[in-house]
Design a protein around this ligand. Structure first.
Ligand code: CA
Length: 244
């Protein structure tokens, strides 16, 4: 992907109305949609068009989204955003570790889908440019556009743009896990597993309480910008909000 070519987005969606709607929004956002309606056609279309990103429905005729996702992931690091009609499916999907980068629950707003698509494309662009992956889309306070989040998990010290942020060890671990994979959605259970490796029995609502405190403390340095995204019914991911 570069400034002169429109990124190609592969949409695998068997509901024609939804596929058309996504295509309209993708074109309006300056992207080129390629649409296929079943899982069998997805891999062939992927090989032919080499898209910059795949929007992949879970329930498809031919082959289901999880098996398509696994095959794509085995062949490529392309960002995959999986779409499902059931919020309770997302936990299961994350657990299956099929390799999707983000999850969207239907009914979705097309604007939300475009925001997620753009976030994934930015993530890939940063990785390709060799720019630190914690670089935000928004400008930093120094005007350079860079926010530098430095997390030291040996001494539990965290600095954001050089400013110390006073966090508890649990908050540091949580932030470290989320920040190490920007844009990736973690379920509460996954975050708990990273938090306590001794398998202690705690409710996953503990994560919500840690995130609440983490947000409050980060906000003192970020001027209110919240880099932790809540994914309704699922969990959390780390990403600096887009400027647009
Ligand atoms: Ca479907």
């Amino acid at each position: 992907m570069n400034a002169t070519s429109l990124p190609c987005i592969l949409v695998v969606e068997d509901e024609p109305r939804l596929a058309k709607l996504l295509a309209v929004y993708l074109r309006d956002s300056g992207m080129t949609p390629v649409i296929v309606h079943d899982g069998l056609a997805a891999l062939e279309a992927f090989a032919q068009h080499r898209p910059a990103l795949v929007l992949l429905d879970l329930n498809l005729p031919g082959r289901d989204g999880v098996s398509v996702c696994r095959d794509l992931r085995a062949a490529s690091t392309v960002p995959i955003v999986m779409m499902t009609a059931r919020i309770d499916e997302i936990d299961r999907l994350i657990g299956l570790e099929a390799g999707a980068d983000d999850y969207i629950c239907k009914p979705y707003s097309p604007r939300e889908v475009m925001a997620r698509v753009k976030a994934q494309l930015r993530r890939v662009q940063w990785a390709q440019d060799g720019v630190p992956r914690n670089m935000p889309a928004t400008s930093g306070p120094d005007g350079t556009g860079a926010r530098v989040l430095d997390i030291n998990i040996t001494n539990w010290r965290v600095h954001l743009d050089g400013e110390p942020v006073d966090l508890t060890p649990a908050e540091v671990r949580l932030l470290h896990t989320l920040h190490a994979a920007p844009g990736r959605v973690f379920s509460r259970q996954q975050l708990l597993d990273h938090l306590h490796d001794d398998g202690r029995a705690v409710t996953d609502r503990v994560i919500d309480s840690h995130v609440r405190n983490l947000r409050r403390k980060l906000a003192t340095v970020t001027q209110g910008i919240d880099p932790i995204r809540s994914v309704y019914g699922v969990g959390y991911s780390f990403e600096w909000p887009a400027a647009d």
